[in-house]
Design a protein around this ligand. Structure first.
Ligand code: 5AD
Length: 349
């Protein structure tokens, strides 16, 4: 049994791919010993490409209005108790100004699917950001928008786009989303983004309701085939105003194990330690780094926005103002032998 698992792990380390069934075996074989084995390999692979560098992204949560009604999400449109906000162009630019001073060279605009942010508005804003900070990358994480819209945002200067696929299993996808959202559309959007030229990121929650070894194996196989530049994975955390309020949260150790597997699937992938991981475990960020992560995304949103962007309960937002959070992050990374760098942090190799 152990021998078989180590054989599969070796194969992944060497070839960066496995059969669907082998991914399933690896997932089922998860225990502390396998977690450490894969983490060690993931760190080796990561350090060959990125050394000990940790890239930081300035996360700006621009709006919690959302036209979608994803069953797991705290900012779903049917959550009437959610206090809505959106940031103005000026507010977003002032987050960038603060972030730039703190050493951020990537700004991530993330938000619900909010029709207020038209292509015209966003293109204008992106151009302004790129003109003011020509040495910075702009990442968007604004949901599904259609190929033409994606094309315009790319032309305006956006560099990267994050769109989690959520699950690569059709039935599972349908159990987490209303009928108007389909896996086929989601995956098509991801292919469109990649074709347009974005550094494209996908991702999923670990321990989402209904997730099984088989659905997870499909996620891994899909990632292997799609070859995303980035991948965001974090534990599922229940939100009190959703139908999954009573479900249990995803497992931190399993999340780290999957992060290591993803690093081995695509050695140069940009892999963030997510806020959800840091929410469930105060050492979540360090654990992610030691599992092969190379990106951290501190929150630059104004304090009032941070509190309202509540995808799940007790979301961590660093507590204090951005400057203090970055100082603390640097010290925490130093303590485990890694260093936060001032860099756009593009894919290498
Ligand atoms: N727990 C963890 N992650 C969540 N997300 C949404 N709701 C939750 C939750 N309850 C993630 C989804 C989505 C991103 C915005 O946040 O994966 O893509």
């Amino acid at each position: 049994m152990r021998e078989r698992l180590v054989f599969i792990a070796d194969k992944l380390y060497k070839n960066h791919n496995l059969a669907l069934g082998e991914y399933a075996e690896l997932i089922d074989g998860y225990d502390a010993e396998m977690e450490e084995l894969l983490a060690k390999r993931a760190r080796t692979v990561r350090e060959e490409i990125y050394g000990k560098d940790v890239f930081i992204r300035g996360l700006i949560e621009i709006s919690n209005y959302c036209k979608n009604d994803c069953f797991y999400c705290g900012i779903r449109r049917s959550n009437k108790a959610c206090e809505r906000y959106r940031l103005s162009r000026e507010e977003i630019l002032s987050c960038c100004a603060e972030g730039y001073t703190l050493g951020f060279r990537t700004f991530v605009m993330q938000g619900g699917e909010d029709a207020f942010y038209t292509d015209d508005f966003l293109c204008d804003l992106i151009k302004e950001m790129k003109a003011t900070y020509p040495d910075c990358a702009v990442t968007l994480s604004l949901g599904e928008r259609g190929k033409e819209s994606f094309g315009r945002l790319f032309e305006a200067g956006a560099d990267r786009y994050l769109l989690r696929h959520e699950t690569a299993d059709e039935e599972h996808y349908a159990s987490l989303h209303p009928a108007e959202l389909t896996l086929a559309n989601r995956l098509q959007a991801l292919r469109d983004l990649k074709e347009i030229g974005f550094q494209t990121g996908c991702g999923f929650m670990v321990g989402s309701p209904g997730q099984t070894t088989e659905t997870l194996a499909k996620d891994l196989k899909w990632i292997e085939e799609f070859q995303p530049a980035m991948c965001g994975i974090g534990p599922f955390i229940p939100h009190h105003a959703t139908q999954f309020a009573q479900d249990k949260a995803g497992d931190v150790g399993l999340t780290c194990y999957l992060l290591s597997i993803i690093r081995l699937i695509k050695p140069n992938i940009l892999l963030p330690a997510t806020t959800a991981l840091a929410t469930l475990d105060e050492k979540g960020c360090e654990k992610g780094i030691l599992a092969g992560v190379n990106v951290v995304m501190p929150n630059l949103s104004p304090m009032s926005a941070k509190q309202k962007y509540e995808l799940y309960d007790n979301k961590a937002y660093g507590g204090s103002e951005a400057a203090k959070n970055v100082e603390e992050l640097k010290a925490r990374m130093d303590a485990i032998g890694y260093r936060v760098v001032t860099d756009r942090g593009d894919v290498r190799g």
